[in-house]
Design a protein around this ligand. Sequence first.
Ligand code: MLT
Length: 234
Amino acid sequence: MKVRVAFGEKGALLAAERGHIVIVVDTLRASTTVTTALENGAERVIPVRTVKNAKKLFQSLVSKHPREKVVLAGERRGLRIPGFDLGNSPLEFTRSVVEGKIVILTTTNFTKVVSSALKAPFIMAGCLRNAMAAASLAMREAAKQGRNVTIVHSGRKGFFTPEDYITAVVIKNFMEGRREPEGFERCVFNSPSAKYLASIGLGEDVKYCAQLNQSKTVPVIEFTSFVGRLISPF
Ligand code: MLT
């Protein structure tokens, strides 16, 4: 079984074409947000590429479910999209807000990379908070399915982001029986994404997203939604 690291939508597409198990990483903040929402009891999180499609899906779901069952969430430029219930801060996705709910989520990068991976046989969301659990699940699924694993660091608008890359390295290290790389937190806190989030008053999100192995919940795609798997790490 081989573990490789790839970048962005192209990396996700190639991994899917190769039949790899795909772990999509967007540490600040979407893969952390999805992990937190499912850990706090959300029924599922549906990643959607565009604001327009998120609104269309919302209208469709509220025609079949009570309004309070559906949460419309997402960000552009890091801020809650006007008219949406939530932004993309994991700290908003508390149990009282999301338990039992269907969450529709659209973000700048993560939801696009996930949609590029959708033909992969198995797709998970990884972040620092669930790194060891994600590594454990990927190893088990790779052994069970006889497949290789690609960890995709999402980046931002097609550009490399250090926090996503270092998270991919952390997960790869765990899969290969090694420790997290020295100084990974510094890499996250010093990243342009972290500085931007702090500049718009979302510095607490960075602290939360930078914590290692706080969650055993791994988001896994079933059809087109993320559902939570509770994993006992190695
Ligand atoms: C993304 O998906 O691009 C990021 O998570 C956006 C953000 O949370 O600021």
